[in-house]
Write a protein that binds this ligand. Structure first.
Ligand SMILES: [Fe+2]
Ligand SMILES: [Fe+2]
Length: 312
C-alpha cells in the first residue's frame, strides 16, 4: 500500500483513482462528503421546478420541465450509487445516505431552499442555477476520482439542456409584455444574491481546501464565482435587464469582479439548519415520496434475493 505522500504525488501528477484502487481514508471520506452532498442537492433541486410542472403555460413547456425534473432525480440516484460504493467500508447503503437527507444530517445547495413564486422563477432556475451548476461540474470533470469524472460527463451534457431550456423561457419572457418583463426582472433580483452564495465562501473551509490538495476539485470557490459573473453579466444585460448589485465592477488589472456580499450568515443558517422558506415543505414532500415508494424498494430487494446468481 502506497503512503499518503505517494498518493498525493500521484494525484498531483494528474493520476486518476478508480473505485477498486487503494486510497487514504481521508480521500475516501472527502469524496463521500462531496458526492453525497452533490447527490442530495440534485434530488432536492428537482422540487422548486416540480412545483411548476402542472402550471407551465404550454404543453411543450410542461413536457420539457417534466423531463428536466426527471433528469435531476436521475442525477441524484446515479451519484448516490457512487457514494454508496465509496461507503462500502462503512456499510452504509443508499437507504442510509437518503435517510441522512430526510433527517437533516446532510446539506443541500442554498438555492433549493428558496421560493419559486412565479413562472419566471422556473425559467431563471434553469438559466442561472443550472448554468452555475455547469461551471462547477465542468471543473469536476478533471477530478482525480475517475468514476465521478466519468459520470459527470453525462450529467453535464444534460445540465446543458436544462440551461438551454431555462434560457428559452427567459428569452420568451424578455421579449414578451411589460408584465412578463417585470416578472422576469423580479425573478433575476431574487436569484442573483443566492447565486453569489451558491459557489461558497471566499475563504474556503478546511475540507474544501483539502479537496483541492487531493484534486477532487480543481478550482477555488472564488474562481468559480468569477467565471459565473463573467459569463452572466453580459447575458443578462443583453436582454435589457439589470443586475441587482450596484457594486458590480470589473477590475481591469485582475479581470475579477467586485460584488456585494450576499448575506453569508443567513444563507449559511438556511443550509445548515434547513431553515429556508421552503426547506421543510420540500423535505416533507421527499419524505412522503420515500414512504410511498417503500413497497417498490422492498420488492426490488426480494427480487434481488431470489434472482439466480450469475453463472448459475
Ligand atoms: Fe442535475
Ligand atoms: Fe439540471
Amino acid at each position: 500500500m502506497q503512503s499518503d505522500e505517494d498518493f498525493l504525488a500521484y494525484v498531483h501528477s494528474l493520476g486518476k483513482v478508480e473505485a477498486v484502487d487503494g486510497m487514504p481514508d481521508e480521500y475516501r471520506d472527502l469524496l463521500i462528503k462531496q458526492i453525497h452532498m452533490h447527490a442530495v442537492s440534485e434530488i432536492m433541486g428537482a422540487y422548486p421546478e416540480r412545483e411548476w410542472v402542472s402550471r407551465a403555460p404550454t404543453i411543450q413547456r410542461r413536457l420539457a420541465l417534466n423531463a428536466k425534473v426527471q433528469d435531476e432525480i436521475g442525477h441524484g440516484l446515479m451519484l448516490l450509487r457512487l457514494a454508496e460504493d465509496l461507503s462500502r467500508p462503512y456499510r452504509r447503503g443508499r437507504e442510509a445516505l437518503l435517510d441522512d437527507l430526510l433527517d437533516g444530517r446532510v446539506k443541500f445547495h442554498n438555492v433549493f431552499h428558496l421560493e419559486a413564486p412565479t413562472w419566471a422563477d422556473a425559467g431563471v432556475i434553469g438559466f442561472l442555477v443550472d448554468g452555475g451548476a455547469i461551471i462547477t461540474q465542468a471543473m469536476l470533470l478533471n477530478s482525480s476520482y475517475a468514476p465521478y469524472a466519468r459520470m459527470l460527463k453525462r450529467i453535464v451534457a444534460e445540465e446543458s439542456f436544462h440551461m438551454q431550456h431555462g434560457e428559452s423561457v427567459v428569452l420568451a419572457l424578455a421579449s414578451g409584455t411589460d408584465a412578463q418583463r417585470e416578472m422576469l426582472q423580479a425573478a433575476i433580483d431574487r436569484w442573483w444574491p443566492a447565486m453569489m452564495f451558491f459557489f461558497g465562501p471566499r475563504e474556503m473551509g478546511a475540507a474544501s481546501r483539502r479537496m483541492l490538495d487531493f484534486r477532487i476539485r480543481t478550482m477555488t470557490n472564488e474562481e468559480l464565482r468569477q467565471k459565473f459573473i463573467n459569463r452572466y453579466v453580459p447575458r443578462i444585460q443583453a436582454l435589457g435587464l439589470s443586475i441587482p448589485d450596484s457594486a458590480l465592477r470589473k477590475d481591469a488589472a485582475s479581470g475579477n469582479w467586485s460584488y456585494t456580499d450576499p448575506d453569508w450568515d443567513w444563507f449559511s443558517h438556511v443550509v445548515h439548519h434547513n431553515a429556508g422558506p421552503m426547506s421543510q415543505a420540500r423535505l416533507e414532500l421527499r419524505r412522503q415520496a420515500h414512504r410511498d415508494e417503500a413497497w417498490f424498494r422492498q420488492a426490488e430487494q426480494l427480487a434481488a434475493t431470489f434472482a439466480p446468481s450469475r453463472g448459475a
